[in-house]
Design a binder for this molecule. Structure first.
Ligand SMILES: [Zn+2]
Length: 334
């Protein structure tokens, strides 16, 4: 129980490093993700944050033998290990010049970090969120479920017949970059460079773009009865739901667990999702549960650590739910 593990969440905006033991969180540190300099900057930043977290928790960094990393993805397997090829971090990946201040085409996470630990687990953050749901959330006793995040991006992670779906490069169930239409004329470009992807049409930034205000403001307007807000949200929710139907048809899931900032408006989106989902080919959609994650506010913290948590700790964590009273995150940018 006294062993200390490190969990890292790499987002397009922020990196969070947490230290945990069998009882709960020892430290949580967050900083804006660095995007300038060499492509090793991100793993170096992780190590610096880890050092700071260890200082806060008053432990020696050498005691940390296992590290779980959850990142926005996608990943690729190379001769120098798994690399992160995220279009929101690597400026060199965008098909058209974007506002990312570097020309990276990959971030060498495994090469830089693996030699320092005896165990490193690295997966897409939606897949690790599915693991968190399996350990601590609504996926606990469910063999076939999908976790879907609806936020700045669209991601999914799934269990099929009790097994986590990872795929050859741990990019399995990448719902955000699946095509949802065959006519691309006039469509906005996806962050990945393609057209017609689910993410480019329904993620938070797409809702904001289609209305011309922040996503939160669009929902606010919806609540005030604004006709355009209603149209934008109904359209985005309809397209996302078609994506949910697609993934259900492919995996034959029994439950869809949804997280991400857009689902904070569950009272608005759920009735819309229901309407489209259950009228789509009922033999495949009937009886499939669609719920909002009960871990939604904590999933970022739980996802990466779920990858490395020893089985012996899980019961205690389920009982005491230490994520609900984790120490306040130290934000280095404030
Ligand atoms: Zn895409």
């Amino acid at each position: 129980m006294d062993q200390v593990l490190a969990a890292v969440d790499i987002g397009g905006t922020k990196i969070t490093v947490s230290l945990i033991n069998g009882h709960g969180f020892l430290a949580k540190i967050r900083q804006l993700t660095r995007k300038t300099g060499e492509n090793k900057v991100v793993p170096q930043q992780i190590l610096q944050l880890l050092d700071q977290a260890c200082q806060t928790a008053r432990i020696n960094r050498k005691e940390i033998k296992e590290i779980g990393i959850s990142a926005c993805g996608p990943f690729a397997k190379t001769s120098h290990g798994f690399v992160l090829k995220a279009a929101n971090l690597c400026g060199g990946l965008a098909k058209e010049k974007k506002d990312i201040p570097n020309d990276w085409t990959e971030i060498p996470l495994e090469q830089e970090l693996k030699p320092l630990f005896s165990r490193l687990e690295l997966v897409n953050d939606a897949i690790s969120s599915a693991v968190a749901e399996k350990h601590f959330g609504s996926g606990k006793n469910v063999d076939n479920f999908v976790y879907v995040t609806w936020s700045t991006g669209i991601g999914a992670g799934a269990y099929v017949d009790g097994h986590l779906v990872e795929g050859k490069n741990k990019n399995g169930t990448h719902l955000g970059h699946t095509f949802i239409t065959t006519s691309f004329a006039g469509l906005p470009q996806c962050g990945c460079g393609d057209y017609g992807h689910v993410e480019s049409l329904v993620a938070g930034p797409a809702i904001a773009r289609d209305f011309g205000a922040s996503t939160a403001e669009v929902f606010e307007k919806y609540r005030q009865g604004d006709v355009k807000a209603k149209q934008v949200i109904e359209n985005a929710t309809h397209i996302l739901t078609l994506g949910l139907v697609n993934i259900t048809c492919i995996l034959d899931s029994e439950l869809i667990i949804m997280g991400g900032s857009v689902t904070k408006n569950w009272d608005i989106v759920y009735p819309l999702i229901k309407k489209t989902f259950y009228t789509s080919f009922p033999p495949l959609t009937q009886g499939v549960g669609i719920i909002r994650s009960e871990l939604a506010d904590y999933i970022g913290d739980l996802a990466a650590l779920s990858l490395i948590m020893p089985v012996a700790w899980i019961k205690g964590w389920q009982q005491h739910r230490p994520w609900e009273n984790a120490p306040i995150t130290i934000n280095l940018d404030e």
